[in-house]
Design a protein around this ligand. Structure first.
Ligand code: GDP
Length: 195
């Protein structure tokens, strides 16, 4: 995917701030520090554009990036950060639930997981939620460069088993360090927005 143009559009706190041009949206979820901003920066070939999105505690913002005037990447707040209050956790829940339930241009959800670790309870809950709302989902197992290639299969299998990944959902090996998986992920995104 050749990136001609990327614009950071808005940190939206309320649905009325979401863009109204109906471009397809690819949303990204994952726990804090999983590597979500690095993944976005790798996808859009910018060093630092997504760096602000993952500030822990900012549980109430959806960050919108418009890519090539053809789609939005929508960055959810990172979850699982220990220091957020119960109220913030609830705000996160409400915002995400409303988005998943009502956001018509939402075409695909990327769920970003650290390939090294078993998916957390929060990861499992997020995947269950996505499936409850029947959202097409792609699991992105990132930081692949951090384990030997010989262990990739075993870890992918562990992720699929723990999350109970449905057969129709892709699992992509990714590394923001090396660019592994970038082309495959763009192909999956482009297919999702072409229907
Ligand atoms: P976020 O909180 O999910 O947005 O996580 P970041 O993108 O800020 O990444 C958290 C840390 O993991 C940073 O130190 C990144 O440099 C590192 N990181 C992210 N992705 C990768 C990757 O694919 N490979 C390696 N080796 N490090 C990564």
């Amino acid at each position: 995917m050749i990136i001609r143009d990327v614009q950071f559009v808005i940190s939206a706190v309320k649905p009325h701030q979401y863009p109204e041009d109906a471009l397809p949206e690819i949303a990204l979820a994952g726990r804090s520090n999983v590597g979500k901003s690095s993944l976005i920066n790798k996808l859009i070939q910018r060093k630092n554009l997504a760096r602000t999105s993952s500030q822990p505690g900012k549980t109430q913002q959806l960050n919108y990036y418009r890519v090539n005037n053809g789609l939005y990447l929508v960055d959810f707040p990172g979850y699982g950060y220990a220091k957020v209050s119960k109220t913030q956790r609830e705000q996160f829940g409400t915002m995400i639930e409303t988005y998943l339930q009502e956001r018509e241009p939402h075409k695909l959800q990327l769920l970003v997981i650290d390939i090294r670790h078993e998916p957390s309870k929060d990861d499992q809950l997020m995947y269950k939620w996505l499936k409850h709302f029947q959202i097409p989902t792609c699991i992105v197992a990132t930081k692949a460069d951090k384990i030997p290639r010989s262990k990739w299969d075993k870890h992918i299998k562990m992720i699929k088993t723990t999350l109970e990944v449905e057969p129709g959902d892709n699992v992509v090996l990714f590394s923001s360090e090396t660019g592994l998986g970038r082309d495959q992920l763009w192909a999956i995104i482009n297919e999702a927005i072409s229907d």
